[in-house]
Design a protein around this ligand. Structure first.
Ligand SMILES: [Zn+2]
Length: 318
């Protein structure tokens, strides 16, 4: 009985994947996408005691073959050859690289790959990747919006190619539309993207997806938990029930929080716990519980830490 309990406990664990290089990518003193975000999350997980119960892993680097599933080779070459010896180079108006950024981006994408491998092997039921740079704005051949490689897309493509899955769902509740993820999987019906985002707002697209595996739900400025939950209940969940995903990935951005100055949505910790629970229900029904969540946005540090804690409590069931 004790052995059985022990076995179940181990397999039900949630993995926590990060890497010290994610702290070394730095886009300047006043940039909101800052290394302190990683600490703000970790501090909350330590203070709550939750971190002790998570299975901790260092993220490996994503390989070139893993990146090539979603990015153009010329784009990967450009990123690698643009790394500065010192100082910073701008990739777009608000995305820059310092000497550590490329290595951090490789670890961020590799974290999601490891998360997919862990849940597919049954070593954990779910995984959370505390990583930066974020990824969901990165298109096949373009860095933008603080993103270099599209971490969640690299993970989804890995699940298709390496694990032979036929249906992978990505849920994206970041306040910004995941234009990069949509760009990469627009013609890939094996991947369903369910997204809520403030609109009109950066990156000013996504209202009309034009196909039935991209479920975009724009929300007006000022929307709160009620509008968000209605969107998820009426649009995401029926689509996910139809799709029956074998794996659920989450682009977990927390910049729709009411305390976050980045946006004008008004979500709170309970909304993040709720949507995580709904996705867990879908994963439990169709995907043997397999969920891999990766950090995207979230810039108001105390709210970010509290929101990730709520998300991870729901994800892990602890
Ligand atoms: Zn965002």
């Amino acid at each position: 009985m004790i052995a059985l309990y022990h076995c179940q406990y181990i397999t039900m664990q949630t993995a926590y994947i990060s890497h010290s290089l994610c702290l070394k990518h730095d886009m300047g003193a006043h940039h909101p996408e800052c290394p302190e975000r990683i600490h703000a999350i970790e501090d909350q997980l330590i203070a709550s005691g939750l971190l002790d119960y998570l299975q901790r892993h260092d993220a490996p680097e994503a390989t070139r073959d893993q990146l090539l599933r979603v990015h153009e080779e010329s784009y990967i070459d450009l990123i690698e050859s643009s790394v500065p010896q010192r100082g910073m180079v701008q990739l777009d108006g608000d995305t820059a690289m310092n000497p550590f950024s490329c290595k951090a981006a490789l670890r961020a994408a590799g974290a999601v790959v490891l998360g997919v491998d862990l849940v597919m092997a049954g070593k954990t039921e779910s995984a959370f990747c505390n990583i930066r740079p974020p990824g969901h704005h990165a298109e096949r051949a373009r860095a933008m919006g603080f993103c270099i490689f599209n971490n969640i897309a690299v993970g989804a493509a890995h699940a298709l190619a390496q694990h032979g899955l036929q249906r992978v769902a990505i849920a994206d509740f970041d306040v910004h539309h995941g234009n990069g993820t949509e760009n990469i999987f627009y013609n890939e019906p094996r991947v369903m993207l369910c997204s809520t985002f403030q609109h009109p707002f950066y990156p000013y697209c996504g209202t009309d997806s034009g196909n039935d595996h991209i479920i975009n739900v724009p929300l007006a400025a000022g929307s709160g938990g009620e509008e968000f939950r209605t969107a998820v209940t009426q649009r995401w969940l029926p689509a996910l029930e139809r799709f029956q995903p074998e794996l659920v990935l989450i682009s977990a951005g927390f910049d729709a929080h009411r305390d976050d100055d980045m946006s004008m949505l008004r979500l709170v910790e309970a909304d993040y716990a709720w949507v995580t629970g709904e996705l867990k229900h879908i994963a439990g029904k169709y995907a043997r519980g397999r969920i891999v969540s990766a950090l995207e946005g979230g810039y108001e540090l105390p709210a970010l830490g509290r929101s990730v804690l709520a998300h991870l409590k729901a994800l892990s069931g602890l």
